[in-house]
Design a protein around this ligand. Structure first.
Ligand code: NAD
Length: 468
């Protein structure tokens, strides 16, 4: 589908190296001038971004519809409204997050004061992906601005309508001296990565993450890498099958499975698989009707390349539900595959689409071993009523996030940092964690010159008493 842009302005084809160099220079000098540091500036930017999201909601919804077939409700809950909530929470707590924190001073240094002080890093580069192209560009921007940085946003070229909308709208609401959008794909990103930034915040896949980290080496720039991988969902026999199935279907088929924290596959313990598979099929019909292609609430695959990649995975098991697809419409039905083996093609890489394989494992030990033999996932889910199982999963597995009974929603809990570990990424953000990511914590020690209690420490080290 040719994307119909929400706004006619796109700079994608006219961004030159000189433009990029000039843009970065403008941002750097805005930061150097101190423009971004006052709390008042930060709050004003956040409020302006909030206004953009409210006033331009329709334009953004249309762009998301064009890029991914998202329904307005889904666009609101997972993207536009999500960022509004992030802004509101940040505005409410920012002053307290930024307040210097007193720490105690050891006796040997007393009397003196010590405190931890937040300072912005400088100019931040945010490179974002196509699957939640508003959320994943703007939620990091909220953190970068709240922490007092200048920021350059590079949206994904694979969500062209949203990219164009952001390039058009952000400069109309935000301080253009300190915030910029550069559109483009690999050439523009490559040029951007050659510039000096004070932090690079990348969301996307692990292959490009390696390129980003490699480029960061040159300027010793710290990076946050928000990546993906196969997030497992463990289901125990005691877990209510209907509720488990509905919650799995919701987490998996939102955005047609193109969610970094979507349950990638199910590990069904013991005898739980047959009933779970039946309930998954029922949940899909309940949510999207007999023909999900006609559901207003069901999205589309981003492009032909991903469509072809996904349809090639459909014969990795027995189709329990779905399986239908239409390339012209970039439609793949919500699909459940049963009887999938651990070495099936669908288990070789992150699925990132509406295909849910169910793998049977004999017991919890086998499920834990299965998870631990693979890359550390961005999220691990378990459906169980057993506190012992929850304890075991908490201590015996490693993942970016861990959620019992409900997939993907841990992202909506402001107090929980969002990030990966190992192959699923490094660093984290969302609300207070974004302040950690986009600030340096400066250690400040303050000792009066009036009374020289340090004389005991000076050479020559002779008789202590004499010098006291
Ligand atoms: P993508 O193709 O849109 O790429 C992401 C960004 O990287 C884009 O802005 C793109 O222009 C840029 N890019 C591509 N090649 C580049 C290069 N050679 N040099 C510099 N930049 C380059 O998105 P994607 O990577 O397909 O995104 C999907 C992946 O992202 C999945 O693995 C998913 O799990 C992960 N993801 C993670 C999160 C998270 O928050 N942890 C969120 C969403 C997606």
């Amino acid at each position: 589908t040719e994307a119909t842009s929400a706004s006619p302005t796109t700079t994608a084809d006219i961004v030159t190296t000189a433009d990029i160099v000039a843009t970065v220079a403008r941002l750097r000098s805005a930061f150097a001038d101190g423009r971004t540091k006052p709390l008042a500036w930060r709050r004003a930017q956040l409020r302006a971004l909030r206004r953009l999201l409210t006033e331009e909601r329709t334009a953004l919804e249309e762009a998301l519809r064009a890029d991914l077939g998202k329904s307005p409700v889904e666009s609101h809950t997972t993207e536009i409204g999500f960022v509004v909530n992030e802004i509101d929470h940040t505005l409410k707590h920012l002053a307290s997050w930024l307040r210097p924190q007193r720490v105690s001073v050891p006796m040997a240094l007393a009397p003196a004061k010590a405190r931890r002080v937040r300072e912005p890093l400088g100019t931040v580069l945010i490179i974002s992906p196509w699957n939640y192209p508003v959320n994943l560009a703007l939620a990091p921007l909220v953190g970068a601005l709240a922490a007092g940085n200048a920021a350059l946003v590079k949206p994904s070229e694979l969500a062209p309508a949203t990219s164009a909308a952001l390039a058009d709208l952000l400069p109309r609401y935000l301080d253009t001296e300190a915030v910029a959008v550069v559109e483009g794909g690999v050439p523009e990103s490559t040029t951007l990565l050659e510039q000096r930034f004070d932090h690079i915040f990348y969301t996307g896949n692990g292959a490009v993450a390696r390129i980003v980290m490699g480029a960061a080496v040159k300027h010793l720039t710290p990076v946050t890498l928000e990546l993906g991988g196969k997030s497992p969902a463990i289901v125990e026999p005691g877990a209510d099958p209907a509720t488990t199935a509905r919650r799995l279907a919701w987490g998996k088929f939102t955005n047609a499975g193109q969610t970094c924290v979507a349950p990638d596959y199910v590990l069904a313990i013991g005898e739980s698989a047959p009933e779970l598979e039946r309930e998954l099929a029922a949940a899909i019909t309940e949510m999207f009707g007999e023909d999900p292609a006609r559901s207003a609430d069901y999205g589309r695959i981003v492009n032909e390349r991903h469509f072809d990649r996904l349809t090639a995975l459909l014969d990795s098991g027995t189709v329990v539900a779905g399986g239908e697809h239409d390339r012209d419409d970039l439609y793949i039905a919500p699909t459940v595959l049963g009887g999938v083996s651990a070495d099936a093609p669908v288990m070789a890489e992150e699925i990132f689409g509406p295909i849910l394989p169910v793998i049977r494992v004999p017991d919890l030990d086998a499920a834990i071993a299965f998870v631990n033999e693979r890359d550390k996932p961005l999220a691990l889910y378990a459906f169980t009523e057993s506190e012992a199982t929850k304890r075991r999963l908490t201590t015996e597995t490693s993942s970016g996030g861990l959620a019992f009974g409900l997939p993907i929603a841990h992202l909506a809990v402001p107090g929980l940092p969002f990030g990966g570990v190992g192959e699923s990424g490094m660093g984290a953000y969302h609300s207070a964690a974004s302040i950690d990511t986009f600030s340096h914590t400066k250690s400040v020690l303050d000792k009066s010159l009036r009374l020289d209690t340090m004389r005991v420490a000076y050479a020559p080290i002779t008789d202590l008493k004499e010098r006291l």
